[in-house]
Design a binder for this molecule. Structure first.
Ligand SMILES: *[C@@H]1O[C@H](CO)[C@@H](O)[C@H](O)[C@H]1NC(C)=O
Length: 368
């Protein structure tokens, strides 16, 4: 069956400013600070002047996230968005306290932009994608029922930051290969170059995005490159030829359309190890995720919509945080270690209300 899916692209991080270009790379690159420590300025003391409080908060935010703006007007706009987001996070986190939602939102480098801006700048146009050339049917009964919980987190290498480039497709693909190599050999530590994919794989890029199955196909044909030899620059550049290849190889890869079947995803993950999931996220909540189990009632359950890809590394049930046990999927993201739970995000699993929330059980790709 010829299967045409709307395929989509990734989140794009925008470099800070034009007149700060030399420094902006380092600024965006530095994403190592956890941004939830403004709470000591949240004092509701009557004595405190609100404007002073806002000023302190804003300066802390800029410093913590290494922000620079091209001019004072731009800063006023961004500060305004920051303030709105700050209020939004407070309201949301109140709802979290009363169990109406199960994750917290907090400040990170995305919180000085409005939702429209996030969507426009960090999510991309869809391109049509034909998966008929790759396997797309899960072989019937080929996967036994997975255990109640699985975590491959110890088989992953440290979280990376895709920065100002929409190439989650490349980061998630190399993260999957790394994790599979580390599963086979716990001493494995070589980082595989996403830049090699970005520069050399046709029909893909920072702004055009790319398909994860194409990335695996490319790596299978062309080999794996050490990221230390072909480092990440967050810009699509000319493909460098004659790069030495690692002895490790991608020998086969698989694409499955799971049509929203979370049980099937669980069984496949338990059997094959970490897999890349292409999904659809809502920028106004996803980008601001700090901790807990994420879901968004506006996330679609319709497999054609995709705008991000992450490495799925496990699933389980949180029996401690909420009034009731809550099932989750565990993902490794590529927004740096300061995003979410040390660079990871948990997304709701088996929700009776929001099945297949954010299309987490639609398209998966994995190498073996
Ligand atoms: C959101 O931010 C962008 C960029 O600063 C701006 O162009 C747009 O007007 C803003 N939208 C709203 C609804 O405030």
């Amino acid at each position: 069956m010829k299967l045409i899916l709307i395929f989509a692209l990734c989140l794009l991080v925008i470099a800070v400013v034009a007149d700060n270009k030399g420094k902006s790379k380092n600024r965006d690159r530095d994403d190592s600070s956890k941004s939830n420590s403004n709470s000591h300025h949240d004092s509701d003391s009557d004595e405190r002047d609100d404007d002073d409080d806002d000023e302190v908060k804003w300066n802390n935010y800029k410093q913590k996230n290494k922000k620079g703006y091209k001019n004072p007007e731009e800063e006023v706009k961004r500060r305004n968005e920051f303030k709105k987001n700050d209020n939004k996070f407070k309201k949301h986190n109140e709802r979290q306290k009363t169990g109406q939602t199960h994750f917290k939102m907090g400040h990170n480098r995305f919180s000085d932009r409005n939702d429209t801006d996030l969507e426009r700048k960090f999510l991309h146009k869809f391109t049509r994608r034909d998966f008929s050339k790759v396997q797309n049917k899960v072989p019937a009964s080929s996967y036994p029922i997975g255990p109640d919980s699985v975590s491959y987190r110890t088989s992953t290498l440290p979280v990376l930051n895709q920065e100002a480039c929409g190439c989650c497709w490349a980061f998630s693909a190399v993260a999957q290969v790394e994790a599979q190599l580390k599963r086979k050999d716990p001493a494995y530590s070589t980082r595989i170059s996403p830049q090699y994919l970005l520069d050399c794989q046709p029909n893909s890029g920072c702004e055009t995005g790319g398909a994860v199955s194409d990335a695996f196909s490319f790596l299978k044909t062309n080999g794996l490159v050490d990221a230390a030899i072909y480092p990440y620059t967050a810009i699509e550049e000319t493909c460098k030829a004659n790069i030495p290849k690692l002895t490790q190889q991608v020998t086969s890869f698989t694409h499955y359309d799971l049509n929203g079947d979370e049980n099937l995803l669980k069984n496949v993950l338990a059997a094959v190890g970490p897999v890349v999931v292409s999904m659809y996220v809502v920028p106004g909540t996803f980008m601001h995720y700090e901790s807990g189990i994420y879901w968004d009632e506006t996330c679609p359950n319709q497999c054609q919509k995709v705008n991000h890809a992450m490495l799925l590394v496990g699933y389980g049930t949180d029996t401690e945080t909420y009034s009731e046990p809550l099932d989750y999927w565990l993902f490794k993201n590529s927004f740096g270690p300061s995003f979410g739970e040390a660079g990871y995000i948990r997304i709701i699993r088996n929700s009776p209300t929001y099945k297949n929330n954010c299309n987490i059980a639609c398209m998966i790709d994995f190498s073996s």
